[in-house]
Design a binder for this molecule. Structure first.
Ligand code: PMP
Length: 423
């Protein structure tokens, strides 16, 4: 029965039952971590061949360049050719970097702040705001916060942000310089931007002539179902809309090969690629080309990546199914929470009754279940409804995922009954 329809006595009984369940949970002395979307060791093992590559005596790329040496700021052609079809970006418009796309996002932001974009003066002398679809990725928001960029939340639905909100915010205010987008299987709610939404974002009129969309396609190939949606040609759509320089694309192999030792990518218009490489050349004399070579030898081609991602799916999918099953079993009948059923990516987004997410996360912590902090998916860490909790089931073993979600469900029920009883 719905929680809201329980009589006072029934509520008291449910609260007592959950209090006892919680005490038993604490007594188990669990030590589980569902905080970050890290690949599990079993997933990392899928790429162990990389540890042997490029192999003794092998250090030249297809063009005969010695990868041990400096140079080649745009990265190896062969690794860009492998990822180009997956990201739907021509290889010439793609840059391959070191292990973290977050570093490229950081640099793109800092270059814009300190040096300006291709079509505007440096941002640091002006007020700068970024639109942040919520819930979103906490590290995007941390970048804005650390550089004093004001964040403006917009509501994110299953196929993109509320376009009316976005259009009106960008149309009137020239200080709105940018927007974060995770277009495929968004972190944390699994949203997938449709072509219509994408077209609207690249076509819309913006008061700022140097408006930029930070298009972080971190989960482009991270499908959890057999439907492997291709990446949208966002750069082609932007160019066709007359805004070729609006979109900066970021991606990486962090959750394809090794999270700490993969290859990152930047893709954009020819003018923006020249802009980025120009500034990058001051920062580095070239990326880790040996890692590019190892990845090219290991992955071979786009189909090699697709095959590897299906192996990841075989490991990840059962964990996601388990979370969905346990949440439905424990929370379904009371209709007090809702959660996403993502078709890809790394997260499940759980909404608990308004005003209880912090309490749930605190209860879970005291029971040895570490969850991402409540509010983390919102600018400044503030969830206005205090209801969203991000679940990252990838890292722990399946039995630990089950134990953690059972425990989390107990915390949700306890916090919800507590709240109702306390009025
Ligand atoms: N973007 C998103 C949306 C992410 O979820 C993550 C990892 N959690 C990253 C970027 C980090 O990417 P990288 O490892 O390439 O820095």
């Amino acid at each position: 029965m719905r929680l809201s329809e329980l009589s006072h006595d029934e509520l008291v009984a449910l609260h007592a039952e959950q209090t006892a369940a919680y005490e038993a949970l604490v007594a188990q002395g669990l030590k589980l971590d569902l905080t970050r979307g890290k690949p599990s060791a079993a997933q990392l093992d899928l790429s162990n061949e990389l540890l042997e590559l490029p192999g003794a005596g092998r250090y030249t790329d297809a063009a005969g360049v010695d990868c041990r040496n400096y140079g080649g700021t745009q990265g190896l052609t062969e690794i860009r050719e492998i990822f180009a079809p997956l990201l739907n970006i021509p290889p010439a418009q793609l840059v391959a970097g070191d292990n973290a796309s977050l570093s490229i996002m950081h640099d793109a932001l800092v270059f814009s702040l300190l040096k300006g974009t291709t079509d505007g003066p440096r941002w640091v002398d002006q007020p700068v705001k970024f639109l942040c679809p919520v819930p979103g990725y906490d590290r995007h928001f941390a970048l804005c916060e650390t550089y004093g960029i004001e964040m403006v939340s917009v509501d994110l639905g299953p196929d993109g942000p509320d376009l009316e909100q976005v259009r009106s915010l960008v149309a009137d205010d020239p200080s709105v310089k940018g927007m974060w987008v995770v277009p495929t299987y968004a972190n944390p709610d699994g949203a997938v931007y449709t072509e219509e939404v994408t077209r609207a974002l690249v076509e819309m009129e913006t008061a700022a002539s140097d408006f930029r969309i930070f298009w972080d396609n971190a989960y482009a190939v991270h499908h959890l179902t057999e439907e492997e949606r291709p990446a949208i040609d966002v750069l082609g759509l932007a160019a066709a809309a007359g805004h070729p320089d609006r979109v900066l694309v970021f991606a990486s192999s962090s959750k394809i090969t090794f999270a700490g030792a993969g290859v990152s990518f930047f893709g954009s218009s020819p003018a923006n690629v020249a802009w980025y490489l120009g500034h990058l050349a001051k920062r580095t004399i070239g990326p880790d080309k040996l890692n590019h070579l190892s990845h090219a030898l290991f992955l071979r081609d786009a189909d090699g990546v697709r095959r590897l991602m299906r192996e990841h799916r075989a490991i990840l999918r059962p964990k996601f199914d388990q979370v969905a099953e346990i949440l439905a079993k424990r929370l379904g009948e009371h209709e007090l929470a809702s959660w996403t059923d993502p078709e890809g990516g790394y997260f499940i987004s759980l909404d608990v009754p308004d005003g209880t997410a912090s309490r749930v996360v605190a209860l879970a912590k005291d029971a040895g279940i570490a969850m991402t902090g409540a509010g983390a998916a919102f600018p400044y860490g503030r969830d206005p409804r205090d209801r969203n909790i991000r679940i990252a089931p990838s890292m722990p073993a399946p039995s630990d995922v089950a134990a953690a979600i059972e425990g989390l469900a107990t915390c949700v029920l306890l916090a919800a009954t507590e709240q109702r009883l306390n009025g």
